[in-house]
Design a protein around this ligand. Structure first.
Ligand code: DQQ
Length: 467
């Protein structure tokens, strides 16, 4: 049975229904995202063998509207006795004069050798031919002091050449993003590190780099493996001059389960970001359920006047909005709200006047189990709290949080997409936390406001399934 057949059933209530997922098995990073011939193509790290990381292929899905996706057959698979025999790891896609061209990392069986490969596709991006010159980049520069972390090519067209970034680290120093240049996408010259992070502050290793112009600046996004905390996604805003990046400011892209983001520009000129949403339950539970990994709703990026990286789910998502309720200031009480459940789009504005405000979702009958999104003005933090009625020590229930400072006179605006076990929270377009929540039962699942007197306006929509 296609696991998706049960997607709207009570048994499968933890499985998101508005977010893209393959029918079954393991999915992680978005790869090679491209708007090609009027359609959005999403490739992704995929294990056809089951719901665990291994045997990486590029899965493939296509969409006309960034919301409804159709899963297609696997696009790129490992080739025995070749540079990608152990897996087709993450990478990107460019339009090389009308030829769709994927550049990705090939690995050996124990991932100790990571090299960069190229494949070209047919018109509808379903058939891929690997280049006979693979690997096109075969070894890491010696200055790294290691060869094991050297992956996730990101390519863009410069004025008169191609540029390529690779993610890595310099031993004893920190995560590094390496810059290469080429005339033909095949023969690459290593230039220098585009950016080197500080190990203690920015993490021990980088993955999945992105670099692109946004407004009058350039933005670098990296996924960072930290030694002391779960991996996270960071951004740096600055200038790109003489093939050097000059960072001017930095921030956390998402302080939660979002990872391995990949950006591309669509045919309307929107800079879109796709991200993998990780799981917060045990590996055994993932295997048992038969599915693992979710794609975040694609978001549009921009910089605000203070050069903070802002994002909003693409407006196309609003087509899924169904039953709706609206409250103005003074209309919300302490009781359960009339809409609830596991597929909601919520927009709320709070006139923050000290203390704590927020929303509780998926409240159980006992009132103990809930997923709460809070803003604490005294600490200027956006927080997520998870409490369960059932006892599963392997569920991640750690408090989540990030600093979120309101500008003078600014109200708190929250956008929340709650979908099965996924919650995406965006505060004032510029602070983001993605969460996972796995209640034991779908019963009740009501919604309440914390500090209802502070609500300026509240809109809740039940969302339709994309399947
Ligand atoms: N996932 C891929 C790697 C990448 C990592 C392997 C990030 O290419 O560095 O599945 O999640």
């Amino acid at each position: 049975m296609d696991i998706r057949e049960g997607v709207n059933s009570r048994e499968d209530f933890l499985r998101p229904r508005c977010h893209f997922m393959p029918a079954a098995n393991w999915m992680n990073d978005p790869n090679g995202v491209i708007h090609w011939d009027g359609r959005y193509h999403l490739f992704f790290q995929y294990n056809p063998d089951g719901a665990w990381h291994g045997n990486m292929h590029w899965g493939h899905a296509v969409s006309d509207d960034l919301v409804h996706w159709r899963e297609l057959p696997i696009a790129i698979a490992p080739t025995p006795n070749s540079p990608d025999q152990g897996g087709v790891f993450s990478g990107c896609m460019v339009d090389d004069g009308g030829v769709p061209t994927a550049i990705y990392t090939g690995v050996n069986d124990d991932y100790s050798r990571q090299v960069q490969c190229l494949a070209t596709g047919n018109d509808d991006l379903t058939k891929w031919v690997k280049h006979p010159c693979n690997p096109i980049i075969g070894c890491a520069p010696p200055e790294l002091g290691q060869t094991r972390d050297f992956r996730d090519p990101f390519v863009w067209r410069g004025d008169d050449c191609w540029y390529l970034l690779l993610a890595s680290h310099i031993v004893g120093v920190g995560g590094a993003v390496l810059l290469y240049r080429s005339r033909d996408l095949l023969d690459w010259q290593y230039l220098h590190p585009l950016f080197v992070g500080d190990k203690a502050r920015n993490g021990r290793n980088f993955e999945c780099p992105n670099f692109f112009p946004l407004g009058d600046k350039w933005v670098l996004i990296v996924s960072s493996q930290l030694s002391h905390a779960p991996s996270t996604t960071l951004y740096f805003v600055g200038r790109f001059e003489d093939e050097r990046f000059v960072p001017e400011s930095e921030g956390v892209y998402d302080a939660g389960y979002s990872y391995a983001s990949l950006c591309s520009e669509d045919e309307q000129g929107r800079r879109l970001i796709y991200s993998w949403i990780r799981e917060g339950r045990s590996v055994a539970k993932q295997r048992e359920s038969g599915w693992t990994g979710v794609q975040a709703i694609p978001r549009q990026l921009w910089l605000d006047e203070r050069k903070r990286l802002c994002s909003r789910p693409v407006p196309e998502l609003e087509a899924l909005r169904g039953p709706h309720c609206h409250f103005d200031a003074g209309e919300v009480g302490h009781d359960d709200l009339p809409l609830g459940g596991f597929a909601l789009d919520i927009e709320v504005e709070f006139a923050v006047a000290g203390g704590i405000c927020g929303l509780e979702m998926a409240r159980s009958e006992s009132g103990w189990e809930k997923l709460a999104v809070l803003y604490d003005q005294s600490t200027e933090t956006l927080q997520i709290r998870r409490q369960y009625d059932h006892d599963d020590p392997e569920l991640d229930a750690a408090p989540q949080g990030m600093s979120h400072r309101l500008d003078a006179g600014e109200n708190l605006r929250l956008r929340m997409l709650f979908d099965g076990s996924v919650l995406e929270v965006i505060a004032n377009d510029r602070s983001r936390i993605t969460s996972r929540f796995y209640p034991g039962s779908a019963e009740n699942a009501t919604l309440r406001v914390i500090n209802p007197a502070s609500v300026g306006a509240l809109d809740i929509w039940e969302m339709a399934s994309i399947w």
